[in-house]
Design a protein around this ligand. Sequence first.
Ligand SMILES: NC(=O)C1=CN([C@@H]2O[C@H](COP(=O)(O)OP(=O)(O)OC[C@H]3O[C@@H](n4cnc5c(N)ncnc54)[C@H](OP(=O)(O)O)[C@@H]3O)[C@@H](O)[C@H]2O)C=CC1
Ligand SMILES: CC(=O)[C@@H](O)[C@H](O)COP(=O)(O)O
Ligand SMILES: [Mn+2]
Length: 380
Amino acid sequence: MKNITLLGATGSIGLQTLDIIREHNDEFRLFAIAFGKNVDKAIDIIESFQPKKIVVQEESIRQKLLSYNDQLTILLGNEGMEEISADPDTDVLVNAVMGSIGLSATITAIRHKKQIAIANKETLVTAGHIVMAEAKKYGVDLLPVDSEHSAIYQALNGEHAKDVHKLILTASGGSFRDKKRSELHGVTVNDALNHPNWSMGAKITIDSATMMNKGLEVIEAHWLFDMAYDKIDVIQHKESIIHSMVEYVDNSVIAQLGTPDMRVPIQYALTYPDRLALPASKRLDLVEISTLHFDRMDTERFPCLGFAYEAGNKGGSLPTVLNAANEAAVDLFLKEKITFLEIEEVIADAMAHYPFIDQPDISAIQKIDQEVRQQIYEKF
Ligand SMILES: NC(=O)C1=CN([C@@H]2O[C@H](COP(=O)(O)OP(=O)(O)OC[C@H]3O[C@@H](n4cnc5c(N)ncnc54)[C@H](OP(=O)(O)O)[C@@H]3O)[C@@H](O)[C@H]2O)C=CC1
Ligand SMILES: CC(=O)[C@@H](O)[C@H](O)COP(=O)(O)O
Ligand SMILES: [Mn+2]
């Protein structure tokens, strides 16, 4: 029996992770959770799974939970997330919080040699050089939950990086894939949240629409698979059936396929190197689907993808600036304070103006992250 500590339990990945724990309750037990603001959902989870420890971000949320049950063990803030990640009773950390807020818990879990299933891609974007150096130092393998990275992990199957010609990430194209740039001026938050294939949290759904999600995933792949940026390609594939591919030097291409269902990569990250049945997930019927489509990516249509390659290639503090500016811009868009196309402008402006640092350490990264957000929020 493995004890799971789940950060971001009330979110899209969090709830699907709970489906897997429920389905395989002879293999997994929920030990601890962290969440943000959704008290009602958290109470449902507490009633069903009885986690021993709970982390909330704010004292007011802690008080609400205590008024529901004053016997609960409730910790606070990032320190709380670090504490449950390091807890001797935690076997596996599933990091499914949204945003760079997940960074310190990831590093703490690595330092305590926990098995880590990582959905929280912003952690790897903002501080990939530090996270991967720590993982190497402590001998910890980060198991990807992100569907593309899970696909690549499976397609690599322990092969040597020197034999890889390219990683090929697939992109659905997001909510506005059939629109030209000139048609994006009046688009609404609801339009942008209407992803064609996946039901996900709001922030990542907007990232899919701007193509920043794929940009973040390029940087995530660079760090997870130690691959140069010129060996990471993105192609558009509107069905999201091929989750990603590895092209080898002998021109052989190995892809991982399946219906778009995040429970599959979540479960794989928990059971690796074994596999368990997942009856709730729909089997892939290629005859029923019949046709798959592929297109080249256009970075003029989707500038955010180009921003991410630029940040990844230049390195230093630029990926941190990119990520923080994107998190702030998406938040402002969701609050209807900026337009969809202004998301790109906000990110480009932050990347152009924030002073560059070559090898930022954790405290520099946290400072840059805060300052970039603050400067953006002051403007809007
Ligand atoms: N959804 C998906 O299919 C996929 C998601 N990912 C990645 O997984 C991560 C989570 O995405 P997703 O599940 O969609 O996001 P959601 O917005 O659905 O969920 C985010 C979770 O994080 C919690 N949270 C937010 N802010 C804080 C905070 N400051 N402290 C603690 N917890 C916090 C939320 O709590 P609350 O809601 O209670 O406020 C919620 O539980 C992201 O990094 C995303 O890129 C990757 C691949 C696919
Ligand atoms: C499910 C998943 O992994 C998401 O990151 C997904 O990839 C989003 O789809 P697109 O970014 O391809 O639109
Ligand atoms: Mn993905």
